[in-house]
Design a protein around this ligand. Structure first.
Ligand SMILES: NC(=O)CC[C@H](N)C(=O)O
Length: 222
């Protein structure tokens, strides 16, 4: 399947996710510069990678969310195109209004860079179908703005609609209700602070992240 990775000035996990996608699909993704206005023809999955787009100036992800390519990503998402935002990508997707809530400064105010244990909350989404509900997985995190916040009504709605994909199974950043990953209402957009693409082969210390990509490809019929 044809996939695309969006690249902003300051992205630094674009290569990691490109390698993960190539491993799983057997095909290198198109690297799409943020100034482009259209996604390549026939793309079946868009990844918005981690990093420090625009140096995290203003708010993490705020400037990248206004990049020309994000209009194409938003209209693709509206049509049901799967979009995966990891770490800074999650921040960009909230800033672009594709996902609710915001990622604030970590509760401990420190940059957190380590492996964390997550629990799979909804194992029925396109992104989580290869996991079991309640399963514990280990993904690395590397962020200073990972503290997920939303008002109580939004959090209730997300939980009620099965839109919490992953939760932290240990204290990490103060996120409301331990939310680590959130799905859009249609279920085709996932924002996730931890990095599944940094956990796709044994040399990474484990391959818990690989099934996220495999399940996604299966879901889109690739
Ligand atoms: N690894 C990343 O994507 C970092 C995200 C963001 N710049 C933060 O530190 O919060």
């Amino acid at each position: 399947m044809k996939t695309a990775v969006i690249v902003f000035p300051g992205s630094n996990c674009d290569r990691d996710i490109a390698v993960a996608l190539e491993r799983v699909t057997g095909r290198a993704p198109a690297m799409v510069w943020h100034r482009d206005t259209e996604l390549p023809e026939g793309v079946g999955l868009v990844a918005v990678p981690g990093g420090f787009s625009y140096g995290d100036y203003l708010r993490s992800g705020a400037m990248a969310a206004r990049s020309p390519i994000m209009r194409a990503v938003a209209s693709g998402a509206e049509r049901g195109l799967p979009v995966l935002g990891v770490c800074n990508g999650f921040q960009v997707l909230t800033e672009a209004g594709l996902l609710p809530g915001a990622l604030m400064r970590n509760a401990g105010l420190n940059f957190v860079c380590r492996d964390v244990t997550l629990a799979v909350d909804n194992a029925q989404s396109a992104f989580t179908s290869r996991y079991a509900a309640g399963e514990r997985v280990v993904f690395p995190v590397a962020h200073h703005d990972g503290n997920y916040v939303a008002d109580a009504d939004t959090l209730d709605r997300l939980e009620g609609e099965g839109r919490v994909a992953f939760r932290y199974a240990e204290p990490v950043n103060g996120s409301a209700r331990d939310i680590a990953g959130v799905l859009s209402a249609q279920g085709n957009v996932l924002g996730l602070m931890p990095h599944p693409e940094r956990r796709v082969e044994p040399a990474h210390g484990g391959d818990d992240g690989r099934r996220l990509f495999e399940g996604l490809l299966e879901a889109v019929g690739a």
